[in-house]
Every structure is written in structure tokens, then in C-alpha cells.
Ligand binder design. Structure first.
Ligand code: NAP
Length: 308
């Protein structure tokens, strides 16, 4: 167990956290980043990023976060591989405890803890997580080479995962509860042109089917919400891509969260209702764009520095 004191503590190591760290380091502020459970944030699981300015050719989310991490390290940002699990925001300096048993005391805080995937909530889905049910095509897609899989959802994540999986598998079924996607047009065009992908519009998943010993997915039972007719699709993998929720539960006691669980900041600011506490990235907006998170992280750092 160690005790750390800083003027600025940044929670999270996605684009928002690292960018905040870069700005704080360049300003000569005594700061540190506590990386969180997933160093590099959600972007490390993204197969391809082609909308982050500065890169003429697409690169993987992992590569992008490696570059941002290295930039932070080169600028002297102090990064601790640990996860804050408890915060006391009643008084300044704020005190935070971590999973690693460390204690962090800081005059100001930037919350950049990002978001986590949503699950359908079916008992059968939960049973097979890690045994055929996944939320990350980039991490697990390779294991389904030559097989058939299903992707659930109709946003950018679902379309991106379906396109990625089509590189490996024989067939991708995309199951969406509506009759249109809310993914970007360019992504939809690629999806519609891909012969390996079949879309089941207006369908929901009622059950994930599988075997015991070893646990293994064998299919899904889907239902058309218009006709109420059910059918079984035989698939070896199910990729759930129905959105995310912000990682803000730890702050609920102290900060105003909106109906989606996002931290409410002051108008045109990253400042929260607690002086010295700022929020940046996916914890305070639903866009889940690396560039927005990075910009928000820069702003949070500038506002935190000004407040010290
Ligand atoms: P999203 O845009 O919120 O889409 C979630 C999808 O899942 C919607 O189609 C939604 O359908 C469906 N859904 C939600 N709950 C469901 C449930 N219980 N059962 C069945 N379907 C359900 O989430 P996302 O795709 O993760 O994207 C989130 C943000 O990240 C967006 O701003 C997106 O642009 C961004 N993102 C960007 C990229 C990229 O730039 N390449 C990649 C990934 C994500 P309904 O419409 O019916 O609610």
C-alpha cells in the first residue's frame, strides 16, 4: 500500500484521461493518472479508427491508444496501474482508495472513467458470457473463423462489429429490433454491400441456446416483433453491441447524474457542482467519440489548472 498526493488526480486512461494528463504535465502541474480497470479505455477494443484526425490511414483502437500513451509517457505523465474504487468528495483535498490498496489524496480531480457495455439482461446471455457470448468482436472474433455468428444491435458498434467479424467467419446475422440502423451512413453502406452479412430487422433475441460441459453457444432464439414468429439461428458466437452506460455509480452520492447516468456539468464547462471536481469524456456525454473525449479531457485539464 502506498500514499500518493497530487494537485490533480485523473481517473481513467482513455482518450479523455490521457489528454488531460498531457495538458497537466505540460503545465507543470503535480498530477497523476490512475489508469482504471482497462488501461487505454474502450478504444483498445475497437477494430478500426478512421475518424480520428491526424492519421491518413485507418489504425486500430489499440494502436491509437498506444500512441497516445507513449505521447503521455514522453511528456512525463505519471500513470499508476490501479483502479479507484472509493471516493470521498466531501472535503478538499479529496481522498480516494484503490483496488490495489493505495490511497490517493488530491486537491482536484478529473473523472474520466468512461463507459461500459450494456448487456441484454437475459439469464441465458449471462450464462454464456465468455463461452460464446461476447461484447468485443476485436477481442474474440478470431475464435469464430469459419463459423456463423450473430451480432445484436443497430448502432455504430453493431455495424462495426459485424463488418469486422465478416473478415473471419462464414456468415454474420445482425439482429436489430427496428427497421433501420442508427449507424453512420458510410458504415451502413459497407454493411449492405457485404455478402456475408444477413440482417434480421424487427427482431429481438429471446434466448441464447447452448450446451453444458463444456458451456458452449449453439444458437439463438429470435422473435419478429411484428409477426410474433420465433425462429432459431444456429450460431457459435453472439456479439452483443447494444450500447454503453457511463461508469459513474461511484459518484452518484456526490454528483448530479442525469437519467442516463451521465455526470451533469456546469453549462459550457467540465466543472461539476463540487469545486475542484471535473468530468470529461464518456462519463458526461453519450457520443463515445475518441476525438470528443480527447477535447473534453483537454478542457477539463485547463479548467482544473485554472482552479488550483
Ligand atoms: P447506440 O448508438 O446507442 O446504439 C445501440 C443500438 O442497440 C441501437 O440500435 C438500439 O436500438 C439497440 N439496443 C439498445 N438496447 C437494446 C436492447 N435492450 N435490445 C436490443 N437492441 C437494443 O450504441 P453504440 O452503437 O454502442 O454507439 C454509441 C456511440 O458510440 C455512438 O455515438 C456511436 O456513434 C459511437 N461509436 C462510434 C464508432 C465509430 O465512430 N466508428 C464505433 C462505435 C461506436 P434502438 O434504436 O431501438 O434503441
Amino acid at each position: 500500500m502506498a500514499e500518493y498526493t497530487s494537485d490533480l488526480l485523473i481517473m481513467g486512461s482513455g482518450p479523455a484521461g490521457y489528454t488531460a494528463g498531457i495538458y497537466a504535465a505540460r503545465a507543470g502541474i503535480k498530477s497523476l493518472i490512475v489508469a482504471g480497470a482497462q488501461k487505454g479505455g474502450q478504444l483498445i477494443r475497437s477494430s478500426e479508427v478512421e475518424n480520428y484526425p491526424g492519421f491518413a490511414d485507418p489504425l486500430s483502437g489499440f494502436e491509437l491508444m498506444e500512441k497516445i500513451h507513449q505521447q503521455a509517457v514522453n511528456l512525463g505523465v505519471k500513470i499508476i496501474d490501479d483502479e479507484i474504487t472509493e471516493v470521498d468528495l466531501y472535503d478538499q483535498p479529496f481522498v480516494c482508495n484503490s483496488a490495489g490498496g493505495n490511497v490517493f489524496t488530491s486537491r482536484s480531480i478529473i473523472i474520466a472513467t468512461g463507459a461500459s457495455v450494456k448487456w441484454l439482461g437475459l439469464p441465458s446471455e449471462q450464462k454464456y458470457i465468455g463461452h460464446g457470448v461476447s461484447s468485443c468482436a476485436t477481442c474474440d472474433g478470431f475464435f469464430y473463423r469459419g463459423k456463423e455468428v450473430a451480432v445484436i444491435g443497430g448502432g455504430n458498434s453493431a455495424v462495426e462489429q459485424a463488418l469486422y467479424l465478416a473478415n473471419y467467419v462464414d456468415k454474420v446475422y445482425i439482429i436489430h429490433r427496428r427497421h433501420s440502423f442508427n449507424a453512420e451512413r458510410i458504415m451502413q453502406k459497407r454493411l449492405f454491400e457485404n455478402r456475408k452479412i444477413t440482417i434480421f430487422w424487427n427482431n429481438v433475441v429471446d434466448e441464447v441456446l447452448g450446451k453444458e460441459n463444456p458451456l458452449e453457444v449453439t444458437g439463438i432464439k429470435i422473435r419478429n416483433v411484428k409477426s410474433d414468429r420465433s425462429r432459431i439461428l444456429e450460431v457459435a458466437g453472439v456479439f452483443v453491441a447494444i450500447g454503453h452506460h457511463p461508469n459513474t455509480e461511484m459518484f452518484r452520492k456526490y454528483l448530479h447524474l442525469d437519467h442516463g447516468g451521465y455526470i451533469v456539468t456546469k453549462p459550457s464547462s467540465t466543472a461539476t457542482e463540487i469545486e475542484g471536481v471535473f468530468a470529461a469524456g464518456d462519463v458526461c456525454n453519450p457520443y463515445r467519440q475518441a476525438i470528443i473525449a480527447a477535447g473534453c479531457g483537454a478542457r477539463a485539464a485547463l479548467e482544473a489548472i485554472r482552479s488550483l
